[in-house]
Every structure is written in structure tokens, then in C-alpha cells.
Design a protein around this ligand. Sequence first.
Ligand code: 5GP
Ligand code: ZN
Length: 141
Amino acid sequence: MGAPGSVAASSCIFCAIAQKKAPAYIVYEDEDTLAFLDIAPLSRGHTLVIPKAHVDRITDLPPARYASVLATVTEICRRMERLSRDYNIGVNQGPLAGQIVFHLHFHVIPRYAHQVGGFPRERLPLAPEEARALLRELGPG
Ligand code: 5GP
Ligand code: ZN
């Protein structure tokens, strides 16, 4: 049995996405990392960046992966600037911090003038046509 909040890689939804066993709208992929649209975005374009190999805590990320993960976060930020030059980058680590998926992921959340007061309380599911439009807007360019 793992630590509270931990999950075996075999039942991890983000591992399933990384292994293409579960669907996702993939914005970017390389050997070590994947970036895909959040299923319930906090704002338009909300994207998650993960290392493909399962690790929950950032402190368990092998140092050999630091560069690839940061490079992908930065690539997503670069593309996100097509939508907004303002964005939050964040990691929720542990249940008390709001983590609900226990596979390390970096949120990249664009901020817009109309949302300056904060994020919406109600998170709507990402609509397929909106996801397809975002994939075009956030593509390699
Ligand atoms: P956390 O609270 O763990 O930092 O964030 C997990 C994020 O993953 C949430 O924003 C949630 O909407 C997103 N999420 C949860 N399950 C899935 C899924 O199956 N697919 C995608 N694309 N995003 C998910
Ligand atoms: Zn995983």
C-alpha cells in the first residue's frame, strides 16, 4: 500500500494517457514528456505537462528528467503566449494542496482580462470542438 493519496502506476490515468490507452487532446509530445489539454479547464487553453514515466512527487523526479520536463513546460508557455501573455504555472503537491491526480503534472493556465477576479467556481468539461480549435491554435506553428 502506498502513501495517502498515492496511486499505483498501473491504475494511473495519466500513465494511461501517456501510453495511449486513454484518450487526450495532445498538444505536444516527445520521448520523455507529454502535454495535453485539461479535461475541465480553469481557463481557455489550460494544459497539463507530465513526464511520461510515472512519478507522483516532484522530489521523486529523476534529475535526468529535469531538463526535458522544464523544456516542455517552457515550450507550452511559448505556445500559450499566442492565447495570452499572462499565465500561471503550478503544481499541486499532495491532497491538502488540491492534488487529485497523483502523477506529477505542471498546470499551465492562461489568464485573461475577463477572468481577472479569479477562476470560475464551476469547471465545465472541455467540449470536443473547443479542444480541436485549441489544438490548432497551440500546434507547433
Ligand atoms: P490536480 O488537482 O491533481 O493538480 O489536477 C489534476 C487535473 O487533471 C485537473 O485540472 C483535472 O481537470 C485534470 N484531469 C483529471 N482527469 C483527467 C483526464 O482523464 N484527462 C485530462 N485531460 N485531464 C484530467
Ligand atoms: Zn502515472
